[in-house]
Design a protein around this ligand. Structure first.
Ligand code: AMP
Ligand code: GLY
Length: 433
């Protein structure tokens, strides 16, 4: 009977998570570790997330639908995970109705929503990043490219599903990129303006951070593997795997990043009256001139989240609420001194074209360690429903152990056209040597 007495005094939290990918599945599994969480709704979630949350068929960009759902169901907290709803003002709309949310308002999410904005912010406040020019006229951009240093990088201003960045190794490729983005409108209105920037070289590091607008707390660092093929060959993808921590992110580099990048970014946003609360993603490149910002995101990374949160020892929901309430300075944020690896299993042919609808079998013993990104339930059966299907995660005291554990999970997940990289973590292992 003790259970009844305890639950009568226990606080009960009903949480909504907006989004439908592996990142959202990871967040949901983590917040469920908090015993106060009694109910989790995923909007829209996916067939795999349905194992851990009640999925409701409301799209992540349907701000009105999300707000109406909240009004009808009165959740205690709403976590807005993807970029689109944040940039569209989902948090603003929910807050107007009195809901407490995790994530920045639109006027701060613009740090991801507009590359022109973020580059100008960095220039104004002296935050290290690649040298750049911005253009809203294709002819002027093409003229500039006649003499610009090559290789160069052409970026659509707005959100483009992570595909709006073109590394041009030749002048012709740079011209073609401008035409594709500004004239053919490959990314729609996101290409009304572009950034053309200096090509940088060096290892890449992702640092996710919690911030309440006053305090910034970096999480454990990570490394993404963006190319589709082994040995970093093939097309760019949303990410084929991750490891954490990133061996290039030494204590000295971390201190330099805090002093020159993290703290100045939070201060700059405050000075612009765009206080950022939530998870601020720093995409960094370790150049020979020191760490520089490649990009900001206004949210958790995918698949970085799949290696960062498994190492979080403190309670995620408590930290998230501290970012909302402005109490992050007094809140414990502790990570395990261990390593994590996540291997993405995709549909063969991703990121171009691929078949889906194949039965997806996840053996029971690894269910806790599989984050589902692209699956749905069809006639009562879980089937693949995307390019990236699942993330298989492993934790270990050492990186080799984490990698082994992640690939052991891969062996226990089955679908017909499965494709994955065999070398996730290999680049990091070399860095340790
Ligand atoms: P982004 O979406 O801005 O992160 O760009 C996607 C990827 O393109 C990054 O992770 C980098 O690998 C690469 N990239 C972006 N900007 C640059 C740059 N200025 N120099 C070299 N590589 C870049
Ligand atoms: N993994 C890169 C991103 O989330 O944008």
């Amino acid at each position: 009977m003790e259970g009844i007495a305890v639950s009568a005094i226990k606080r009960q939290m009903r949480v909504v998570v907006v989004g439908s990918g592996g990142r959202e599945h990871t967040i949901i599994k983590k917040i469920r570790e908090n015993p106060e969480v009694t109910e989790v709704f995923a909007l829209p979630g996916n067939g795999g997330i349905a194992m851990d949350a009640i999925c409701v068929d409301i799209g992540a960009k349907d701000i009105e639908g999300i707000v109406n759902f909240a009004v009808e169901n009165r959740p205690d907290y709403v976590i807005v995970a993807p970029d689109d709803p944040l940039v569209l003002g989902c948090v603003d709309a929910l807050e107007k109705k009195g809901f407490r949310c995790f994530g920045p308002r639109a006027n701060a999410a613009i740090i991801e929503g507009s590359k022109v904005f973020s580059k100008n912010l960095m220039k104004k406040y002296g935050i290290p990043t690649a040298a750049y020019e911005t253009f809203d006229d294709a002819d002027k951009a093409l003229e500039y490219l006649k003499t610009a240093p090559i290789p160069t990088v052409v970026k659509a201003d707005g959100l483009a599903l992570g595909k709006g960045v073109i590394i041009a190794m030749t002048r012709e490729e740079a011209y073609a990129a401008v035409k594709e983005i500004m004239l053919d409108k490959a990314f729609g209105a996101s290409g009304n303006q572009i950034v053309i920037e200096e090509f940088m070289e060096g290892p890449e590091i992702t640092v996710l951070s919690f911030t309440d607008g006053k305090t910034v707390v970096p999480m454990v660092s990570s490394m993404d593997h963006k190319r589709a093929g082994d040995n970093d060959t093939g097309l760019n993808t949303g990410g084929m795997g991750t490891i954490a921590p990133n061996p290039y992110y030494t204590k000295e580099i971390a201190e330099e990043c805090m002093e020159k990048i993290f703290r100045p970014t939070i201060d700059a946003l405050n000075k612009e009256s765009r206080t950022f609360k939530g998870c601020l993603y720093f995409g960094l490149m370790l150049t020979k001139d020191g760490p520089k910002v490649v990009e900001y995101n206004s949210r958790f990374g995918d698949p970085e989240t799949q290696v960062v949160l498994p190492l979080l020892e403190s309670d995620l929901l408590t930290i998230m609420q501290a970012t909302t309430d402005g109490t992050l300075a007094e809140t414990e944020v502790k990570f395990r001194d261990a390593n994590a690896c996540c291997v993405i299993m995709a549909s063969e042919g991703y990121p171009v074209s691929y078949e889906k609808g194949f039965p997806l079998l996840i053996e029971d013993e690894v269910k806790d360690r599989v984050f589902v990104a692209g699956a749905k339930i069809q006639d009562g059966v879980l089937v693949t429903n995307g390019g990236r299907v699942v993330g298989c995660s492993g934790v270990g005291e050492t990186l080799p152990e984490a990698i082994r554990n992640a690939y052991a999970v891969v062996d226990k997940v089955h679908f017909k056209n499965e494709y994955y990289r065999h070398d996730i973590g290999a680049r990091a292992l070399k860095a340790y040597k």
